[in-house]
Design a protein around this ligand. Structure first.
Ligand SMILES: [Zn+2]
Length: 370
């Protein structure tokens, strides 16, 4: 077949999805959309008219834009597309139904039990009956790693034995006759952060019992395959250091994960430590130590992959300002590119439903990838 029609189709689809992605979070007029996408007014209007006709976008009331002129903002119809979402975590899982505007329409928490897949399928089937099935784009599954993203299989995450070797993507896809997508939980959080934040070049680090990272580069999840695993916790910061659970020595996780940091101290949690900083010199010392260790891992990444923002996620999000100031100082002093002093450090989304919204964004991010 000739190449040309395929290219034209690709361009049309790319432009259509670019407009949808913008309207997902911001209402905009045709003129604003043309400016934001770089498309001509005529091309923008053509796509918008098709989206209006298809019932995917809708017009809001016209607004004055000065000198007697008005513009009609367009917005995504909240019922245009949906995603089912499954957030697997230690101790249970959460399943939900989200719309493309980012609303969580239904949500259910399932305790860890035998036949988990069966219970998940029953809940998802119930949710599916409440919307037009034709508008459901798929099932997003987020899980602790390691995962085989190519085969859609959960490999052997620690303290997650129930799920070891489960072909979760195939099982859910076949049971519901919908496409399913598996993603690392930290990568899913980064995909969600990309949708709700400003930066297109950032790293998200997640510190709890372990340490994970995901990197968004030029608006895309880095190594969204088997080639980047996000195992920041197992990068070496001391080649002859403490033995790590992975079998190597001196891994970042052996120093900066919460159990490693708090072992042998009087603090029961990161929140306990942060709340004690003003009156307890030991808490301050541990906070400085955490920043020192984490910055070592982050500088390794920053020296390889440019980023303008770091999002702190997991336990370290609590009272993040104290850690952020210290990380900023260490990174400014030590990273090779001295413009690092203007790197932004923020907490990741504080929405209590962020995990399930992130699992849904695994589906929407696939949809927007042409
Ligand atoms: Zn390790």
């Amino acid at each position: 077949m000739p190449q040309k029609p395929r290219n034209a189709d690709y361009t049309k689809e790319y432009n259509r999805k670019s407009i949808l992605r913008i309207l997902r979070h911001n209402a905009m007029s045709r003129a604003e959309l043309a400016r934001a996408t770089g498309l001509t007014r005529a091309a923008t209007s053509l796509i918008v008219d098709e989206l209006l006709k298809g019932g995917i976008v809708t017009e809001l009331a016209p607004q004055s834009v000065g000198r007697g002129r008005s513009a009609t903002p367009l917005t995504l119809r909240s019922d245009c597309y949906y995603a089912l979402a499954v957030e697997l975590s230690r101790g249970g899982c959460t399943v939900g139904l989200c719309d493309m505007a980012g609303n969580l329409l239904q949500c259910c928490r399932l305790a860890d039990q035998d036949n988990m897949v069966w219970f998940i399928v029953q809940e998802l089937k119930g949710m599916l009956q409440t919307v037009d099935r034709e508008k459901v784009l798929g099932i997003g599954i987020s899980s602790p790693g390691p995962l085989d993203l190519i085969r859609g299989v959960i490999l052997n995450p620690p303290n997650f034995e129930r799920w070891h070797g489960v072909e979760i993507r195939r099982l859910l896809s076949e049971a519901l006759d919908l496409p399913a997508y598996l993603e690392h939980d930290v990568s899913a959080l980064a995909l969600h952060q990309l949708e709700i934040g400003q930066s297109k070049n950032f790293m998200l680090i997640y510190v709890t019992n372990g340490i994970g990272a995901a990197i968004i580069s030029d608006g895309k999840l880095l190594g969204n395959s088997k080639y980047f695993t996000g195992e920041l916790g197992h990068t070496t910061i001391r080649f002859d250091g403490r033995l790590c659970q992975c079998g190597n020595r001196g891994c970042l996780e052996a120093y900066a994960s919460m159990p490693a940091l708090l072992e042998g101290t009087a603090f029961s949690s990161w929140a306990d430590l942060v709340d004690s900083v003003d009156r307890n010199p030991e808490a301050k010392r541990l906070l400085d130590q955490e920043a020192l260790y984490l910055s070592a891992g982050l500088i390794n990444l920053l020296n390889l992959i440019p980023s303008d923002t770091i999002y702190l996620s997991g336990d370290i999000r609590y009272g993040y300002e104290l850690l952020a100031q210290r990380l900023q100082r260490e990174i400014s002093a030590k990273a090779l590119d001295h413009s690092r002093h203007d790197i932004q450090i923020h907490p990741s989304s504080q929405d209590p439903n962020v995990g399930i919204l992130a699992a849904a964004d695994v589906v929407f991010s696939k949809f927007f990838t042409v």
